[in-house]
Design a protein around this ligand. Structure first.
Ligand SMILES: Nc1nc2c(c(=O)[nH]1)N[C@H]1C(S)=C(S)[C@@H](COP(=O)(O)O)O[C@H]1N2
Ligand SMILES: [Mo]
Length: 333
């Protein structure tokens, strides 16, 4: 495969947010949520179209039975070349079509019941089983990772996910050797998710990875965000985070992990295969049929920044694709 990989360690480390500034900003946000000074300081967020409603930060503080698990220790292997996105932006500017096609769905998503929440591990495994989210959380090695996130629509953010490597779940599932893919499926409940009443979409939301991708160290199941249980609008109680791929691969609110020997057809592939393929690896040089992927708008910033091959994660994942043809196999679409 003819791809020049820029390694992560070549990225400018000086741009990463120092820890103490990060924590100060968090307490600043908390203070804003709690007190009436928000109005006076809301100019901080103006000048961008994502200024969140003032209730946003308060709503994500709802009690959650898994709250005691967080915060978890940050794994310093996964670093950023940019500042962490403000929590109030990352939790109020969302894609979650189950609750509507606008970015402003965070309030509607609060209707999603997340307890009890049963995850089915099925398909080609030694013994299919169901497991409740809290039992799963207790079994899994929780850690925090700073990851970039690049939406196919050319906006991006950088957030602290908490959760566990997807590989830990694959090991728990014990797939049969014939299994080649992992399919992940979102809940289906049109009574709480009004977007699912739109019959022209192929609900439920489905995504898939090869098992080699699913067991790559970067593939992560996020159960927390900003040191707390993950908000509903970001995919509670568990969602995928595969930062080298376009954001739509990162399925939210998963109820089924199914091991299979058939390549899963994803939600977006079903809708428009010529624009949203199976691999969907980030590449600034391969434009979307309707727009360039060369740069991205970072949430909260007015300047665009260049998009990186594999979203900057080539050192971790480029090897996965070395036997494939980028064009014929549509690796970047
Ligand atoms: N079930 C489900 N998962 C989903 C989506 C969705 O609409 N439904 N949108 C995807 C897209 S396009 C993106 S960019 C990310 C957005 O995640 P965020 O809202 O936490 O930023 O979720 C992905 N996962
Ligand atoms: Mo996206």
């Amino acid at each position: 495969m003819l791809i020049k990989i820029k390694r992560g360690w070549e990225l400018p480390e000086h741009a990463a947010t120092p820890e103490h500034l990060y924590w100060n900003r968090r307490s600043l946000l908390k203070g804003l949520a709690a007190g009436p000074i928000l109005a006076a300081t809301s100019g901080l967020l103006s000048g961008c179209d994502e200024a969140p409603p003032r209730e946003a930060a308060a709503a994500v503080e709802e009690p959650d039975p898994s709250a005691g698990f967080y915060p978890v220790t940050r794994n310093m292997r996964y670093r950023l070349d940019r500042e962490i996105t403000d929590e109030a932006l990352a939790t109020t500017y969302n894609n979650f079509y189950e609750f509507g096609s606008s970015k402003n769905v965070w309030q509607k998503a609060q209707a999603l019941p997340i307890r009890p929440w049963t995850v089915r591990i099925g398909g080609m495994v030694e013994n299919p089983f169901d497991i409740g989210i809290d039992e799963l959380l207790a079994k899994m090695p929780l850690e925090e990772r700073l990851y970039r996130h690049r939406c196919v629509e050319a906006w991006s953010m950088a957030v602290p996910w908490s959760g566990f490597p997807l590989k830990a779940l694959v090991d728990l599932a014990r797939p049969l050797s014939a299994a080649k893919y992992l399919k992940m499926v979102t809940f289906l409940d049109p009574s709480v998710a009004s977007g699912q009443k739109a019959s022209w979409y192929p609900w439920p939301y489905v995504e898939g990875l090869t098992l080699a991708e699913a067991t790559n160290e970067l593939a992560f199941i996020a159960t927390g965000l900003y040191g707390k249980p993950i908000p509903k609008q970001n995919g509670a109680p568990l969602r995928l985070a595969v930062p080298w791929k376009y954001g739509f691969k990162s399925t939210k609110s998963i109820v089924l992990f199914e091991f299979t020997d058939q390549r899963p057809k994803s939600f977006w592939e079903e809708i428009q295969a010529s624009e949203y393929g199976f691999w969907a690896n980030v590449n600034p040089e391969v434009p979307h049929p309707r727009w360039s992927q060369a740069s991205e708008r970072v949430l909260g910033q007015s300047e665009k920044v260049p998009t990186l091959l594999f979203n900057g994660y080539g050192e971790f994942v480029a090897d996965l694709y070395k036997d494939l043809d980028p064009v014929k196999d549509k690796l970047f679409m």
